[in-house]
Design a protein around this ligand. Sequence first.
Ligand code: SAH
Ligand code: SF4
Length: 439
Amino acid sequence: MNERDSEAVAALLRDKGYSIVSDESYADIILLNTCSVREQAEQKAIGKAGYITARKRRNPNLVVGIMGCMAQNKGDALVDKLPDLDLIVGTQKFHRVPDHLDHVIASLNGLGPKPDTIVDIEEEKDSQNTIRSHQADQNQVSAFVSIMQGCNMKCSYCIVPKTRGSERARPMNEIVDEIKELADKGTKEVTLLGQIVNQYAVREFPFVDKKSPFVQLLEKVNAIDGIERIRFTSPHPVGFKDDLIECYDRLPKLCEYLHFPMQSGSNQILKAMRRPYSIEKFCEIIQKLRAIKPDIYISTDIIVGFPGETEADFEATRSVFESLQFDMAYIFKYSVRPDTSAEPLGDPISKELKESRNQTLLNILSASSLARNQSLIGTNQEVLLESPAKRGEGVFVGRTRGYRKVIVPANDRLMGELVTVKITEATTSTLTGELIIAD
Ligand code: SAH
Ligand code: SF4
């Protein structure tokens, strides 16, 4: 989501005549987009901002801004810490960046008073409709499309409802128009983004034939010429009903890959996390999906070390995690976040225990991911060639429909195309293959 927001800001700035440089040391303006999900992410961003603002002392014309979740979370407090910042822009104000830069630059050129740090973190009605610009001059093989902002769930560990606000959906026709434009420019794959995508527009649009607005949107995107692949992230087990499960059978462009956050395998911890589903319900959804699409690829998010997580709770997570055989997973060590309902519980689980639980799950993941990749050796896979590989000329990186990374030698003209690749080698994270040319 942050990548998408940054891209939209970059596109707005390009339209005004700015250009993006290849290295920050050449830049006249540096904007940091930031994440607040864990404390470590914020510390990193503050460290980086401190390093950049120190450069302002040698070059007072350098403009430095902080955008996104940390700007929203910390607001004015950031100015106390980093008084040289020019700009602090919250998550509902990305589209205002060009105007704010105009003021900062006018004052640097002596055309206006020297402004204090601009802090713009108010809520703004309909701000969800402002994340829509894409880089017009770039052929985006695969594009992110933001379909909604915010989240109304109240997961006890999570800062997102504070930094992103309440759920606001974009109109379906605007999303479809944006994707049609992308398709006209050569985009083959779209990933629909939201904090809880399957709840898209449940308040704004009616269910039709028992189909949720999200399923209706998937159907519309599936009908767009030129789009070959559809993905989305992240769905929530709540509201993951049969109408969505059936899409994997009937919508050919919907890739057989799902990122499906589980968070914990213990019902007690799920309850303490305020995740309103049981682990049995979570597994049942996966069983239904696998019944419809036996080769579906599934990834997840897990938090280890939530306050009160006992050995028995972790063992429940370990055992479900192993039995579900995830193809990929993000495993997070719990981090206390300000103003969440879990904040008063503190952080009683030691760093070492979190680390060891994290490692236990990573080991299981390595084995399941490697086994899945090895099972593909000798098969032919449809691969979308997305970018040149670092490895050298004539070698590309692509993805299978199951979101496995594939390295393949190919001709430049195939960049951005769907090709058939025979898989010859596999590691935990990467497949290697050779192009199959049709007779
Ligand atoms: N909306 C998505 C998640 C967005 S945050 C969903 O509900 O699935 C991405 C992931 O960060 C979460 O799934 C969770 O695993 C992790 N996360 C969120 N808050 C966290 C915290 N306080 N400590 C550690 N991990 C956290
Ligand atoms: Fe956070 Fe829960 Fe909303 Fe996801 S669903 S963004 S974890 S509050």
